[in-house]
Write a protein that binds this ligand. Sequence first.
Ligand code: CP3
Length: 373
Amino acid sequence: MTASSRQRELLTAEQLSALPSDHPLHTTAVADSPMIAALTGRTGAHAPVWFMRQAGRSLPEYKKVREGVPMLDACLNPALAAEITLQPVRRHGVDAAIFFSDIVIPMKLAGVDVDIVPGRGPVLGTPVRTLEDIQALPELTDEALDPIREAVALTVKELGDTPLIGFAGAPFTVAAYMVEGGPSRDHLRPRTMMHADPEAWDALGQWAARTSAQFLAAQIEAGASAVQLFDSWAGSLSEADYRRFVQPHSATTLAHVAHYGVPRIHFGTGTAELLPAMLDAGADVIGVDYRLPLHTANERIGSGVPLQGNIDPALLAAGWDALKEHTDSVLESGKTAPSHIVNLGHGVPPTTDPTVLTRLVEYIHEVTAVEVR
Ligand code: CP3
């Protein structure tokens, strides 16, 4: 597909008709917002900026509302999830909200025994390691997603002209937690399983792909104007293994929501060698981590694709001068792409001074503002 045909396919009248009539993308304020403009390869009033993990422990107001509330309970309480989603938009003036939830929520709603352990991450009661384990997995029902739809609807009502980005974990990253039973550094067990028992791996990939697809569709139908597929751990794979064992499942998830026409961002870390393969999975926008300059990412992808990224989160604590210089180089590098959505190269560290993020948003808006003549 050429770049221009890719862009034309987004947000056509026909595709918009797949969205409910009260969806925010039917309003020009959202459809032509700087965020949606850049995600569809157009230029808005300024470069849009949002931060992965903008909601969360860097914000005192987040810590306050989370007091005594376990992570997954917070995600499944629609009013609380909406409030947490809105907090960074109010405080920083970012150009999009990212829905407050977690990549393990769809498996939790399907009935899998999973919890998020503070300071550690997702932990399963029983890891999923054999074909029998996988065949015994419960299916996610559409009704189980009601709290998600409710939270998204409450959020978009408050957001007004600011778009909401929905998300899901990509099948490999989700499956990696399920096979390991918890966080791991090298993801050895899932990487072994692909080769030792390809049939079991494929069954798990399909389960994770359809579960994430349902999660994305629920968010889009309830009002999300873009989505991001997080394949955070894809960088542990060779390109050959990615293409053979992972890309088909990510493609299933992305294809499931293609007919809505909302821009689909595909992001992972350590993916310098995988970017073309991640694009081939069916993404509209590629998220780049902080290890690869955007102009190099643009060359590797073959141009023509909006890029998102990639301020190094470490620079947030390095002092304003260092952060400003680094941001300038990210903005310069981003000019090689058809459009640039400014973000970090991974999530906001919990220790970040939130006033630095607010100042960074102001700075990016100021220096990228298009002069109105
Ligand atoms: O602003 C946002 O990005 C909010 C939504 C969000 C969360 N998790 C909230 C969260 C999103 C998009 C995620 C996705 C997610 N969850 C990913 C992909 C993104 C990435 O970071 O690579 C992954 C790998 C997970 C799994 C997960 N959930 C981890 C590794 C952790 C950290 C555990 C810890 O305590 O350090 C979580 C918990 C989690 N998810 C928190 C938040 C705000 C922290 C929990 C808390 O505040 O107590």
